[in-house]
Ligand binder design. Structure first.
Ligand code: BES
Ligand code: MN
Ligand code: ZN
Length: 497
């Protein structure tokens, strides 16, 4: 989809679908303006439909007009309480209302109610992401019609607007890559195809790639990670992608993603409503970091070196699979009693976090579909995150807020650490059920060098949306890409001043 700016006001625009944001009570007088432009009596029609401009309302009508065939009206709520998420919702609704029409979509929203560059970027992202449609696995893909051009209307053209909009495609491409990786079935996305995807990003966008094979991981003593894939026919792939800025580096950060391409639970098999058939999405963390790397590689932020790590594998069962009760040793020497083979994500992340710490970064953020407990706590619209560093917490909260992704800080409650005590080994991999997402975070903490800023994000709920919401069609959401990209790009030296 081509995105452009047009200083034309809505009443002067010609194209195919005109989508117009109406604030409550229409203080801007758009409705009379449209009545005049198209010679229609809109007010009564809207009254019949009970459209008054409340937030989330939307209605559309076909016009017999060569300069505009469809008018979409989007409620934005009261003018003084319009926020950036309102722009996302309205833009996504406009995109859906424009399906079946080719040509151009003109979008006119009250940009001035917030920062116009931010509002326009958010709206343009939302249009593209709402139109995303995955037909890769259909034998006969359907021809899907939607406007090929998006025109953002009504703001004077400027360089800053132009450059803000330049980020829309790279960011959306990252989100779409993440959605594709998550939605693809586990016989299609495997540890080695994940490594291939990383190689493709590296080749196309100039990143460095290193893939550690099983023997390399053995040599590094990654006994925790390797225990998870003992029962799988697929070789593990430990993927390390690096973005280096062209100029000097002032910050080095590491993004770590959980990359279980399938999680059967192992001998603690997922039974009785444990959603085993959905466990292709257990590589959602790796999809988020791969997607973010794709975006970052295109955006090329200054001054920040970004490493991406994914300890990818499958959690399966055969005669070599890990037994519940096995004791394994992670690459930092910590011994772990695996009292539950279904708590495998943290076993893979443990060795990845040790490796991340060895890169001596300024900060590490890991992202993982780690616990059902986090879904119980926060549902599927909000991810949980844990960090003991308040400035990192603030930075992630603002990155997520700007991205329109729900993120809520959870407590790193040290007293629960005792739930991970083992009689024999240094640690067990699971504690009691209550507070399960907190003990998972405390388990991970054991593998991060304590002087390094670190945050853990649990996306078990947000990785997938059954019904879809706003700019997310039903299915894989690509959650985390936008937050991570915002966070990384906010670390460039210019951004700090
Ligand atoms: N991949 C799951 C977490 C998960 C569950 C994600 C449901 C999305 C939806 C993870 O590997 C897991 O199985 N966690 C266990 C941990 C438990 C054994 C302590 C869980 O949450 O049940
Ligand atoms: Mn599991
Ligand atoms: Zn898992």
């Amino acid at each position: 989809m081509q995105i452009s700016l047009s200083s034309a006001q809505a009443q002067a625009w010609s194209g195919t679908v005109l989508a117009l944001g109406i604030t409550e009570g229409d203080p801007q007088g758009w409705i009379p303006a449209m009545e005049e432009r198209f010679s229609i009596s809109l007010s009564e029609w809207l009254e019949q439909r009970k459209f008054s401009g409340k937030c989330g309302e939307s209605t559309s009508l076909q016009l017999l007009n060569p300069h505009c065939t469809c008018l979409v009206l989007l409620g934005m709520g009261p003018l003084d309480s319009v926020d950036i998420n309102g722009f996302r919702q309205a833009a996504a609704a406009a995109a859906r209302a424009s399906l079946e029409q080719s040509g151009s979509l003109g979008l006119s929203l009250p940009w001035d109610a917030v920062d116009p560059a931010e509002a326009m970027t958010a709206a343009a992202q939302a249009v593209r992401l709402a139109l995303y449609n995955d037909q890769r696995f259909l034998s006969k893909p359907e021809a899907r019609v939607h406007p090929g051009r998006l025109e953002l209307l009504g703001e004077p053209l400027s360089n800053s607007l132009d450059s803000a909009l330049k980020a829309v495609h790279p960011v959306c491409a990252g989100v779409e890559l993440a959605r594709e990786l998550v939605a693809a079935p586990p016989n299609s996305v495997t540890p080695s195809t994940l490594a291939d995807s990383a190689a493709q990003i590296a080749n196309e966008h100039g990143l460095e790639l290193k893939v550690l094979e099983r023997s390399d991981c053995e040599a590094r003593g990654m006994g925790s990670y390797l225990s998870v894939c003992q029962g799988s026919d697929m070789d593990p792939k430990f993927i390390h992608l690096t973005y280096r800025p062209s100029g000097p580096t002032s910050r080095r950060i590491v993004l770590v993603g959980k990359g279980l391409t399938f999680d059967s639970g192992g001998y603690n098999l997922k039974v009785g409503g444990a959603q085993i058939d959905m466990m292709k999405f257990d590589m959602g963390g790796s999809a988020a970091v791969l997607g973010a790397m794709r975006s970052i590689a295109e955006l090329r932020p200054n001054g920040v070196e970004v490493h991406m790590l994914v300890a990818s594998c499958e959690n399966m069962i055969n005669g070599s699979a890990v037994h519940p009760g096995d004791i394994v040793t992670a690459s930092n020497g910590t011994t772990i009693e695996i009292n539950n083979t279904d708590a495998e994500g943290r076993l893979t992340l443990a060795d990845a976090l040790v490796y991340a710490s060895e890169l001596e970064p300024d900060a590490i953020v890991d992202i993982a579909t780690l616990t059902g407990a986090c879904v119980v706590a926060l549902g599927d619209e909000i991810a949980g995150f844990w960090t003991e560093n308040n400035s990192l917490a603030t930075a992630l909260e603002s990155a997520a807020a700007d991205a329109g992704e729900g993120l809520w800080r959870m407590p790193m409650h040290h007293p629960y650490r005792k739930g991970l005590k083992s009689l024999l080994a240094d640690l067990k991999n699971t504690g009691p059920r209550p507070g399960g997402s907190i003990t998972a975070a405390l388990f991970l903490k054991e593998f991060v060098q304590s002087s390094i800023e670190w945050a853990h994000i649990d996306i078990a709920g947000t990785v997938w949306s059954d019904k879809g919401r706003g700019m997310d069609p039903p299915g894989a959401t690509g959650y985390g890409v936008r937050t991570l990209v915002n966070w990384v790009c906010a670390q460039t030296p210019q951004a700090e001043t």
